[in-house]
Design a protein around this ligand. Structure first.
Ligand code: SF4
Length: 292
């Protein structure tokens, strides 16, 4: 398989066939993200991608899902993406669902009809990282999109029947914007009503712009319990229209919660309150076990 650089995929795609379609991220500007820093974004040659699919088809009979990387696969022309999804499903008929990462701009560039066509071909889930619902936080981290556009893009996905999975990032507002970040993130998630939402916790990486601010003291990372308080506030402020499976089980988090919202909201908030008020660091994931 022709894999260029580190391959990143959501935890829920751990058992999926991974096909690399783009290299890097079309945005590549977020101050906290070092994932694709050293790579220039490009779309891989279709024949090269098809060669990978051919190779995978020789042992791919057991795969039920495929995930297309890297950062922003929805930026592909719809025709190309349709061709690739159809090719995957023809060559590996056991694959019932194809997933991709998509950013706000790429989703908005697609028409409803294009998204419907993609869904009918087998695009079953879009992973959309919003990080925060707070406008000032999004401006500072150079996310390249603001809440109203993020909500518009999320609704565009769910209206077609494609599953939507949102990712938010605890700590990204720093201590200064911690509460605003959490409240607004909960509110924006409410307006999106994703099928899945997950929280990761910021780890400031040395190869990022944020690291310079962190080192100089301009950016102060909330402490462990302040981060858990953000998680609690996000869930408290989530008022979703459809059932949302919320998880903080990513390895970057100090506490893993899994909750079906809104049903398990009160129970989950109470659990987090109990952990926060205990102040007991021994029940948190130790630093050496955290990762991205
Ligand atoms: S966080 Fe996502 S959109 Fe931002 S630079 Fe990293 S991969 Fe690209």
């Amino acid at each position: 398989m022709d894999y260029v650089g580190n391959i990143i995929r959501p935890p829920s795609e751990a058992y999926s066939l991974i096909i690399q379609v783009t290299v890097g991220c079309s945005h590549n500007m977020c101050t906290f993200c070092g994932t694709y820093k050293s790579r220039k974004f490009y779309i891989k040659d279709t024949d090269l991608i098809k060669r990978d699919i051919d190779e995978a088809s020789k042992f791919g009979g057991s795969f039920r899902k495929a995930f297309l990387t890297d950062g922003d696969v929805l930026i592909l022309p719809t025709e190309t993406l349709l061709h690739l999804i159809n090719y995957i499903r023809k060559k590996i008929p056991s694959i019932k669902r194809v997933g991709v990462y998509g950013n706000t701009k790429s989703i908005l560039k697609k028409s409803k009809n294009e998204l419907m066509e993609l869904k009918d071909a087998g695009l079953g889930i879009v992973y959309h990282g919003i990080e925060s619902g707070n406008k000032e936080v999004l401006r500072r981290i150079r996310k390249g999109a603001f809440p109203h556009k993020m909500i518009e893009s999320a609704n565009k996905i769910t209206e077609t029947g494609i599953l939507l999975s949102q990712t938010v990032l605890l700590g990204i507002g720093g201590r200064e914007l911690s509460i605003n970040h959490a409240v607004d993130t909960g509110k924006v998630l409410s307006e999106m009503s994703p099928h899945f939402a997950s929280a990761l916790t910021l780890i400031v990486l040395p190869n990022t712009d944020l690291y310079k601010d962190y080192k100089s003291g301009k950016f102060i990372l909330p402490d462990k319990f302040e981060l858990l308080n953000e998680l609690k506030i996000i869930i408290e402020n989530m008022d979703v229209k459809r059932e949302c499976f919320f998880a903080s089980n990513h390895a970057s988090n100090y506490v893993a919660v899994k909750a079906k919202l809104p049903r398990e909201k009160d129970k989950t908030v109470a659990l987090l309150e109990k952990i926060i008020s205990s102040g007991d660091k021994n029940i948190l994931r130790p630093e050496f076990m955290r990762g991205l």
